[in-house]
Design a protein around this ligand. Structure first.
Ligand code: NDP
Ligand code: MG
Length: 386
């Protein structure tokens, strides 16, 4: 395998950090051509020193006047988009959180680059556009999300969609899997941030607790694997060892398993189609807890049900779903609303008429509009801390 040059967007986050660890372990195979932060410039500079990263970008333009450095930094979203167009790299790893990631996925595809995609929001908002663009420009779209990586791995050599009966996305159930519905009113932010099996960024940790994350993943899977929503099932698997499954028409089920560690799907997305030695711990299957599976309680997790509905409706609905969720999570993180308000805000936002086949501009403007409306109800202007 020749050395791959990676453009790493969102280097300072949880996926970014795990990617840095994979690159450190395989410095002979990977190098980082570009790394970005939104505001954590200190971490970005640390990585740049350690890994000799030639190009750095900070997407939060407001920091331009505040950071004192002799390094060459590209500030702002537009400068980064330009760089993604002109720079020499082999694969764009998009680990930006939220709808902000969409324009970078599109820029990577437009400039005919393969994409290792952690930013699931890109596919939720603009799945039709992205899949079409990837096909047209002959770019690979390789999922990093552990469930989608698992499905992709189960489909290696079995990729005919006519042979797939359904896919089963596993979900840990998050911190409230064993809570009673009547106690959901008492949920505090600190309870929500304690994910039982995965250590992740704050936004996806809240999304895992509400199961909005699984809802986003259902829509992501629909686009990535070209399956009907009826063929996508979600099952609670609290141990997070089996990362997802595919059931074929002959009754066989294939699954992929390992300890929960994002370094495994990240590394596979970078080494694909090859496999290279692990940068994560090997799984000792004799020491695993019992693996259990049970159905989702949709009364406790209504957002997952809403996600199926917006996915089936298509058009602009998944964008409204995603935007209202991001805004609600931002309010919850600032303790402006209660846990149970998150789904109520999403439900209320969806009370709009649909727009079929929206273009990118429409998607981006509706995303902004929906967030603005929700933040205005809390007298806030900016979405922060997701
Ligand atoms: P984090 O919150 O840990 O990191 C987010 C990254 O995005 C940071 O580098 C942050 O920069 C950057 N960022 C934040 N806002 C913006 C913006 N407006 N423009 C550009 N960059 C921005 O998130 P995670 O790493 O947990 O998640 C990243 C993505 O990967 C999400 O889409 C998530 O759903 C997906 N994912 C994550 C998994 C996980 O295990 N964490 C698993 C599967 C998918 P800074 O820190 O400098 O502010
Ligand atoms: Mg996932």
């Amino acid at each position: 395998m020749s050395k791959k040059k990676i453009a790493l967007l969102g280097a300072t986050g949880s996926i970014g950090k795990s990617t840095i660890e994979v690159v450190k372990k395989h410095y002979d195979k990977f190098e980082i051509a570009l790394a970005t932060a939104h505001k954590n410039h200190k971490i970005l500079f640390e990585y740049a020193e350690k890994l000799n990263i030639p190009y750095l970008a900070i997407t939060n333009e407001k920091l331009k006047s505040k950071i004192n450095t002799n390094k060459k930094i590209y500030f702002g979203e537009d400068k980064l988009l330009e760089l993604l167009n002109n720079l020499n790299y082999d694969i764009l790893l998009n680990a930006v959180v939220g709808s902000a990631g969409l324009r970078y996925t599109v820029a990577g595809l437009r400039s005919k680059h393969n994409i290792a995609l952690a930013n699931k929001e890109s596919l939720v908002m603009a799945g039709d556009i992205i899949i079409k663009m990837a096909k047209k420009n002959e770019c690979r779209l390789i999922p990093i999300d552990s469930e989608h990586s698992a499905i992709m791995q189960c489909l290696l050599g079995n990729s005919l969609s006519s042979q797939i009966r359904k896919i089963i996305l596993t979900a840990s159930g998050g911190p409230f899997n064993n809570w009673k519905l009547e106690d959901f009113d008492k949920i505090k932010l600190k309870d929500t941030l304690k994910h039982p099996t995965w250590k992740m960024g704050k936004k996806i940790t809240i999304d895992s607790a509400t199961m909005a994350n699984k809802g986003l993943e259902v829509i992501e899977a629909h686009h990535l694997f070209g399956l009907k929503y009826e063929q996508i099932e979600v099952v609670i698997h609290p141990q997070s060892i089996i990362h997802s499954m595919v059931e074929f028409i002959d009754g066989s089920i294939l699954s992929q398993m390992s300890y929960p560690d994002m370094k495994i799907p990240i590394q596979f997305a970078l080494s694909y189609p090859e496999r290279i030695p692990a940068s994560a711990q090997f799984t000792d299957i004799t020491s695993l807890p019992d693996l259990t599976f049970h159905k989702v309680d949709y009364d406790k997790f209504p957002i997952l049900k809403i996600a199926y509905q917006v996915g089936k409706a298509g058009g602009i609905m998944p964008t409204i779903f995603n935007a209202s969720n991001e805004a609600a999570v931002s309010l919850f993180l600032r303790e402006k609303i209660k846990f149970n308000d998150i789904y109520k805000i999403i439900e209320k936002s969806l009370n709009k008429s649909n727009i079929a086949n929206p273009d990118l501009e429409t998607i981006l403007s509706i995303d902004k509009k929906v967030k603005k409306e929700i933040l205005a109800t809390a007298n806030l202007r900016e979405l922060t801390r997701i």
